[in-house]
Write a new protein. Sequence first.
Length: 40
Amino acid sequence: MNKNQKLTEEEIQARIREVNGTMAQEGMPLTKELKQKLYD
């Protein structure tokens, strides 16, 4: 992805859900705090 390209709100949330799902499979779901840090 180009550094100048901005993600939409929906794309950001989808990526966070994807990461959370992967981490949950390993028994380490993301906390609300970590989700917020990724979002920011």
